[in-house]
Write a protein that binds this ligand. Sequence first.
Ligand code: FAD
Length: 225
Amino acid sequence: MSDKTETAPHPPFPQFLEDFRKKLQHLFYIRADIDQLSTKRGLPPFMLREILSESPLATYIPSQHGGRGGHIHEGIALTAAASYESLPLSLGFGINWALFLQPVAKYADDQIKPGIFNGFIKDRKMGGLMITEPDFGSDALHMQSSYSDFADHYHIQGTKHWAGLTGWADYWLLTARKKRTTASFCAISTFLSAMSTLQIRTSLSKSFMKILVSTCFPMDATGLT
Ligand SMILES: Cc1cc2nc3c(=O)[nH]c(=O)nc-3n(C[C@H](O)[C@H](O)[C@H](O)COP(=O)(O)OP(=O)(O)OC[C@H]3O[C@@H](n4cnc5c(N)ncnc54)[C@H](O)[C@@H]3O)c2cc1C
């Protein structure tokens, strides 16, 4: 697999940002009614599709993987433009950026990155993070989700809540500790999982997700496609 993502060259960032602002205004004021939208949770799927068709999330992706380079000042300018029209949209950008793409760019195995970044740029995919558990919010180090080690993958089981982009994310970073066989402390590990392999049961009333089984790979492994 090539370690680079081939894409058309990006227009200069100021031009992209200007066009993106106009696109948002068109979507929020002409294609939809912003007063109606702001009374409802989330965004209609057609709007998210149109927004992602402009490849805004490429702003947060390293240039060697087909993105705009992940420059902080550009990321902040993009997030500010989004928040001017929609705080939920801006929160979604922030989650993709800081809770998924940045950790993947920094810590994931180099062989796993092209597939994921390519998915974001070409297939408009998104990613989120599941750390928090209902009984261990601020006290995240006491989390109880655990993983079992199989020959070429891992299984995670546990309960998570507050995971932003639930229902939208295609990839997840998940944290868990090795299933305890003794009372000894086990360090927390971070795993990557594709939504397609995640079996979850959600409780909307209690806003948590019980992860029945998730087939995962550690950040430094190469199994995820
Ligand atoms: C909008 C939003 C998006 C989020 N997105 C994600 C996400 O994508 N993925 C994810 O994993 N998590 C996410 N979270 C969860 C977030 O990280 C947790 O809300 C946070 O860790 C706090 O946990 P808690 O809400 O259970 O509060 P608690 O831990 O129950 O804390 C409640 C209150 O008690 C205080 N408190 C707690 N412990 C102490 C202490 N020892 N001393 C003094 N005061 C204390 C806290 O400061 C707080 O005021 C999100 C939360 C929000 C609000």
